[in-house]
Design a protein around this ligand. Structure first.
Ligand SMILES: *Cc1c(COP(=O)(O)O)cnc(C)c1O
Length: 392
């Protein structure tokens, strides 16, 4: 392998776990678009038999993912939720999972509506409070499912506090690192057993692929995950693996720029008379700013804010009037997106419950892209100004 394990993050993005193609010397990993591989005699092959089991493009991506998360093994899946489903298959009926009460909606749905019916029980706890998590652990608890920063309130959970609690109590930990990306946060370094990504977001980075991944240092867990990857079969295709490999080569640059742009936007939003609250872990008055500063390199490209005129109508006017922020679900791409959690991603949560965590009717979530920061700031200011007539 070209990159030494002590190489810096930017070098790992480009070289980590990768080598030129052994057949041809191709510098970029080829797309091995094949479902099967020729054998010279029954069971005599070059390490690849059938493409659900293995594909060289996927192997290259898995090695690269292991390198950028400071893990040993990467395992790819056809989506972030397929990755999560496969992780939960490590457990059995009767086992319990404790998950964050502020969870990606699809993860919540998978744990309750799907896996719940197979006898795997989940409890949802405010993971900002380590004592509450400690009190919730029972003899049946097998896994803590941690997400930080959370969506859309950008709450911060102390990863190290929870992984050390879990180790004391003999419980595994999995951190959904989708929002931060490994450039900002490396949960394995903070004691996590497993890291999960929706590679659809920052890793792919160009809103052109759906994929998931799990990374670990634990040989036994990796062996079982590779077994399940093949046995369950939710694998990504080689084209998609190529796209994510290409995306990761600029991960550090994209996230750096997104953080820079987010800082500019936060400043402008805070100064705007129409804005009520701005949620961003980089703000000194964010209640968990110190923990974010401890476990993250920078504070990310996700920003939420709400309006003094706290209505869906006022928020809708803002979202209809942006030019560069596209109204859409998802996040982590080069292009900026704007969304309305109360009516889009979090519409299934009862209004009272939403309001109790600060998710107001006018809350707007931004996935800040890598366009010019001044253009993004002007775009938002103009959209906010255009929303005024509707709100008075
Ligand atoms: C998008 C997302 C997922 C699900 O990933 P898919 O690739 O859409 O299946 C899981 N967790 C978080 C935090 C996400 O943002």
């Amino acid at each position: 392998m070209k990159a030494r394990t002590d190489a810096h993050f930017a070098t790992q993005c480009i070289h980590g776990g990768l080598e030129p193609d052994p057949q041809t010397g191709a510098v970029m990993t080829p797309i091995y678009q094949t479902s099967t591989y020729a054998q010279s005699a029954p069971n005599e092959h070059r390490g690849y038999e059938y493409a659900r089991t293995g594909n060289p493009t996927r192997t290259a991506l898995q090695n690269n993912l292991a390198a950028i998360e400071k893990g040993k093994h990467g395992v790819c899946f056809s989506s972030g939720l397929a990755a999560m489903d496969t992780v939960i298959r490590l457990f059995e009926p009767g086992d319990e999972i404790i998950a964050s009460d502020d969870l990606y909606g699809g993860s919540y749905r998978l744990l309750t509506a799907v896996l719940g019916t197979f006898g795997i029980k989940s409890q949802f706890v405010d993971m900002r409070d380590t004592d509450k998590v400690a009190a919730a652990i029972t003899d049946a608890t097998k896994l803590l499912w941690i997400e930080t920063p959370t969506n859309p309130m950008l709450n911060i959970v102390d990863i190290e506090a929870l992984t050390s609690l879990a180790k004391e109590r003999g419980v595994l930990t999995c951190v959904d690192n989708t929002f931060a990306s490994p450039y900002l946060q490396q949960p394995l370094e903070l004691g996590a057993d497993l890291v999960l990504h929706s590679a659809t977001k920052y890793l792919g980075g160009h809103s052109d692929v759906v994929m998931g991944a799990v990374i670990t240092r634990n040989d036994d867990l990796a062996k079982r995950l590779y077994y399940l990857q093949n046995a369950v079969g939710a694998v990504p295709g080689p084209q998609d693996c190529f796209l994510v490999l290409r995306g990761i080569k600029t991960l550090h640059l994209r996230v750096q720029r997104a953080c820079e742009n987010a800082r500019k936007i936060v400043e402008v939003l805070q100064a705007n008379d129409l804005v009520a609250n701005v949620y961003y872990p980089g703000l000194a008055d964010h209640p968990r700013h110190e923990i974010a500063a401890k476990q993250m390199r920078d504070f990310g490209g996700m920003v939420s804010f709400d309006l003094k005129e706290d209505t869906l109508e006022a928020a809708t006017e803002v979202m209809k009037n942006t030019r560069y922020f596209t109204l859409a679900e998802s996040l982590g791409g080069v292009e900026s997106l704007i969304g309305h959690p109360a009516s889009m991603t979090h519409a299934s949560i009862p209004r009272e419950q939403r309001l109790s965590v600060g998710l107001t009717d006018s809350l707007i979530r931004l996935s800040v892209g890598v366009e010019d920061g001044e253009d993004l700031v002007k775009d938002l200011e103009a959209a906010l100004a255009a929303a005024v007539p509707a709100s008075v």
